[in-house]
Design a binder for this molecule. Structure first.
Ligand code: ADP
Length: 548
């Protein structure tokens, strides 16, 4: 054994004594005890770092990583010192053992230095129980959020569905109401054009006013739904304030006169420029406000004015004032009036009719036109509504528009009062007998010859046999609707049918997008029921020749 050690071991020249494994005092049991325990410790120390490194790789907590690796190295080094302990029983590798101890010492000191300052932080880390608790709380919160998200999505879907149902209901009701309204207003118009006794005239005019106010209520409801869905689009065409004021005055004169109230819309004080804007909507705002003013005034007057308050290169701001000497509104009622369906007096005994939508629409329209509206009122003294609007300025607007204003007004008046005569044969495609009669009578008054088709299919048959100059096409009809009939005409697949014949929609569908739907089907223009005479004349002038 000694020979083996002295001859073969590289450190033999520095070791002058026998390792204690050869010592006579170390009996085999003692040796075995040291060897086995050192071996087991070493095996454990070599396997523990494997576990630590495995954990370190899977738990990438940035702060604890170095500690994991230092611990692994420290335990590994300890394992090496225990192996050295076995070797040095028989081989005097005390230098190597010393080096292993130095390495172990260095690693353990480094671990201690790194670990001690971190202890506070490590202690602050939640223990496993707490983590599990936090984890389950988080899981519960995620689940509850998921549930509320799902219920939100469900409510959103329901709201969308409700919105769609509401839109469909409105479109349907609008169609159903407009169709008979066309009949009522049309027949009343025709009746008023005949020779009537004064009493009869009064009755017919009163019926027409009631029908018109019913139509205006329907339009208000449609407008609110259009604003709500963001579908209300504004026109931007040249307008003269004098025309707008003249229309408002003409429309409200009867109501004012019948209450003995003076309606003042002084045209001379109005700006004379041509502006760019939506005259129909401006008129609608004024009609609403003047209508209210007359409704709630018993004595005195209602005055409407407008002035230009500022101007930039392409825009001007107009300020309108509608002032009355009526019953006024108490301060506590003033703030809510611009909300929908709000009325000062909503009792069943209230003095005036109304839906409570007027001021809400005024506000929506004014804001859409970049303006603001405010109301000042004192009970017993009267009410003043002031609103501003942004309007465009046409590039050549520097000119004074007085002359042009006068011309336009005259032209509009001629269009309304004179019964213009046209030449041509019209095919009226319409399923409601009352409307067939009204439309034909109106067209005949303008010198036109009419023929009627009850549905799209009949229209195609007639068009293939006879020549027409224009088709007035209803949308919704039995057998074949107006859109399908138009598409068929435009397709050129029916022999004898003129594919280019002007087709004008005359539909009770006045909802958003209906005009686009008609144009997309191949129609040239779009008219809504009840038939507006001015719009009808515009359309007839576009497609037919006038007789001299
Ligand atoms: P309505 O269709 O009921 O007139 P509006 O929204 O136009 O609805 O008006 C709401 C309410 O505001 C009216 O019912 C009335 O009580 C009050 N109001 C509006 N304008 C006037 C006014 N010029 N004078 C007195 N009260 C008014």
């Amino acid at each position: 054994m000694t020979d083996f050690y002295l001859n073969d071991w590289p450190m033999n020249n520095v070791i002058e004594y026998l390792p204690h494994g050869f010592c006579i005092a170390w009996n085999p049991q003692l040796l075995a005890m040291h060897v086995i325990s050192d071996l087991l410790i070493a095996i454990a120390y070599f396997s523990i770092p494997i576990g630590i490194v495995y954990v370190a790789k899977r738990r990438p907590d940035a702060e604890l990583q170095p500690i994991y690796y230092l611990f692994a190295a420290f335990i590994l080094a300890c394992g090496v010192t225990h192996v050295m302990g076995i070797f040095t029983l028989w081989f005097p590798l005390y230098y190597t053992q010393g080096i292993a101890k130095i390495v172990t010492a260095l690693v353990s000191v480094a671990t201690a230095i790194y670990l001690l300052p971190k202890l506070k932080h490590i202690m602050a880390l939640p223990d496993l129980g707490k983590l599990t608790q936090i984890n389950s709380a988080l899981a519960a919160e995620i689940e509850s959020r998921r549930q509320s998200e799902a219920s939100l999505r469900q409510s959103q879907e329901l709201a969308l569905q409700a919105q769609k149902t509401q839109a469909a209901f409105l479109a349907n009701m609008s169609h159903e109401i407009r169709t008979p309204m066309n009949g009522i207003l049309g027949t009343l118009d025709l009746l008023l054009d005949t020779e009537l006794k004064p009493g009869q005239l009064q009755l017919a005019a009163a019926s027409k006013r009631s029908a018109a106010s019913l139509l205006s209520l329907l339009n208000d409801i449609l407008d609110i739904s259009k604003v709500e869905s963001g579908h209300l689009t504004l026109r931007n065409s040249p307008l003269q304030l004098a025309d707008v004021f003249a229309d408002v005055e003409a429309a409200m004169a009867f109501d004012a006169n019948s209450k003995n109230i003076e309606l003042r819309c002084p045209a001379e004080a109005l700006p004379k420029n041509t502006y760019l804007g939506d005259s129909v909507r401006i008129r609608q705002i004024l009609l609403n406000l003047v209508g209210n003013a007359i409704k709630f005034t018993d004595v005195g007057h209602v005055k409407v004015t407008c002035r230009e308050v500022s101007r930039a290169t392409q825009q001007a701001v107009l300020e309108f004032v509608v002032k009355d000497t009526g019953i006024g509104i108490a301060p506590e009622h003033q703030k809510n009036l611009f909300k929908r369906f709000t009325q000062v007096d909503n009792s069943s005994t209230r003095r005036a009719q109304g839906s409570g939508l007027g001021l809400a629409i005024v506000k929506e329209l004014v804001e859409l036109m970049g303006g603001q509206v405010r109301l000042q009122s004192e009970p017993g003294c009267g009410t003043e509504v002031v609103f501003s609007l942004c309007v465009g300025l046409p590039s050549e607007c520097a000119q004074t528009g007085g002359e042009r204003a006068a011309q336009t007004t005259a032209a509009t008046q001629t269009a309304v009062t004179r019964v213009e005569q046209f030449r041509g044969k019209i095919l009226v495609v319409e399923d409601a007998a009352m409307n067939q009669m009204v439309v034909c009578k109106v067209l005949e008054r303008h010198g036109l010859v009419c023929e009627v088709a009850n549905n799209g299919q009949e229209a195609i048959d007639l068009l293939s046999r006879e020549q027409f100059d224009l088709v007035l096409m209803d949308g919704q009809m039995p057998v074949m609707d107006g859109y399908e009939a138009t598409a068929l005409i435009r397709s050129g697949s029916v022999p004898g049918v003129n594919v280019d014949i002007p087709i004008v929609a005359l539909t009770a569908h006045a909802m958003v997008g209906e005009d686009k739907k008609c144009l997309a089907a191949g129609m040239n223009d779009y008219l809504t029921k009840p038939l507006d005479r001015t719009r009808l004349l515009e359309v007839l002038s576009k497609y037919l020749k006038k007789t001299d």
